[in-house]
Design a protein around this ligand. Structure first.
Ligand SMILES: Cc1cc2nc3c(=O)[nH]c(=O)nc-3n(C[C@H](O)[C@H](O)[C@H](O)COP(=O)(O)O)c2cc1C
Length: 373
């Protein structure tokens, strides 16, 4: 007698862009600050780091990567604006493809969330009110002109083309966590929801025209408070964005949302089971459901699946088009996919290594980490 056991949704296949993935666990984009601080070329360890986290038919999203050298880059963050960067990323994409994985690159402009006053620009003259990792308060940004916004859109396009030359399977436009595309704006890019949505939508339009919609994706964090973000009407604002994407770019590779309850600094209960969101009154009003309901393609959600495989299994069962991105637990468990598949115990992460310049822990980067996630 044979007993057939149904494949859990988390380990069933799903089409993302031109790829058929074998499971729905995704490496979340994770800044590790290990690129050459002067040039932004990925470190010699990067191919190994990404290959260790690759599975056949698994999706990886490589870390936030700056699109131009003038965009106020963070020390140790990689770039994708020059031939040197393209050459530096090639061994990474080759290492992932050798194991038949799929890798997207996250394209990033920090905007006002930069530590360098000369690069501090934003759609509005509103500073971040928290302190920067290097001590002082953030400066008030210089307001971008419409021409500059157009030119940054072209930087995204060029970066996307460079990412293709470097062998990436697609790009994820970083429109989350208080960075440029997530920032509120004035003139024809500000005020109404339609105007505020214009910049990210124009970037999606331009990037997908250049490299194909099925190689283009975007990340949002509607409920994020990081870097002084707060939207009074998150459901209306991001519903509009998703509706527009569904109308004009329903063949994007995926849309990616951060879950509202990301406990990035809460280590006391790390790897404790996540409470069921639906049992928590506070969360009834803040969920990703409104956005899930508006998008017919692949939907990636990230945040707190790091604590228990069960929460990832449940999400995939509940939401048929959903993939689950894992961040912190993937740092300390390169074989996370096998651990989740087999319900093996996870190795707790070590915060001191998150942003250290090499595999070893660093106290300086522990401080950096307290400020930037
Ligand atoms: C060390 C570290 C670096 C991160 N870097 C990025 C990044 O480059 N881009 C981004 O969109 N999110 C970044 N995040 C957020 C993660 O992608 C993810 O959303 C977050 O860690 C929540 O998932 P988790 O609960 O599984 O850790 C970072 C988080 C951590 C801990």
């Amino acid at each position: 007698m044979t007993i057939s056991v149904a494949t859990p949704a988390l380990f069933s296949s799903i089409n993302v862009g031109q790829h058929t993935l074998h499971h729905r666990l995704v490496l979340a984009p994770l800044t590790r600050s290990r690129a050459d601080p002067k040039t932004g070329v990925p470190s010699a360890d990067a191919p190994l780091y990404y290959q260790q986290r690759t599975t056949e038919g698994g999706l990886l999203i490589a870390e936030a990567t700056w699109i131009s050298p003038t965009c106020g880059v963070y020390p140790g963050s990689p770039g994708i604006s020059s031939q040197e960067h393209i050459n530096g990323w090639k061994p990474v994409t080759a290492a992932v493809h050798e194991k038949k994985g799929v890798i997207f690159l996250q394209l990033w402009h920090p905007g006002r969330a930069t530590f360098f006053p000369t690069a501090n620009v934003a759609p509005s003259a509103i500073a971040i009110h928290t302190h920067s990792p290097f001590g002082g308060p953030y400066e008030t940004p210089r307001v971008l002109t419409v021409d500059e916004i157009k030119s940054i859109t072209q930087d995204f396009v060029q970066a996307a083309k460079n990412a293709m030359d470097a062998g990436f399977d697609g790009v994820e436009i970083h429109s989350a966590n208080g960075f440029l595309l997530d920032q509120l704006s004035i003139h024809r890019y500000g005020g109404s929801i339609e105007n505020r949505g214009r910049f990210p939508l124009e970037v999606v339009e331009a990037v997908s025209a250049a490299i194909g919609a099925d190689r283009t994706a975007i990340r949002f964090s509607p409920y994020g408070a990081f870097q002084d973000m707060k939207d009074e009407t998150p459901v209306a604002t991001w519903s509009y964005l998703v509706q527009q994407l569904e109308k004009t770019h329903s063949n994007l590779a995926y849309v990616h949302f951060s879950e509202p309850r990301v406990r990035l600094f809460d280590d006391d209960d790390r790897f404790a089971p996540v409470e069921d969101d639906e049992e928590d009154d506070d969360d009834d009003a803040i969920t990703l459901e409104p956005f899930r309901g508006l998008w017919s393609g692949p939907f990636v959600s990230a945040g707190n699946y790091t604590y228990s495989a069960q929460s990832a299994y449940d999400r995939a069962e509940k939401s048929p088009n959903n993939l689950v991105a894992v961040g912190r637990a993937f740092i300390s468990n390169p074989d996370l996919v096998e651990r989740f598949r087999n319900h093996w115990k996870l190795t707790p992460y070590n915060r001191n290594t998150f942003y250290s310049p090499g595999p070893e822990a660093s106290l300086f980067f522990f401080f950096f980490d307290m400020v930037y996630d």
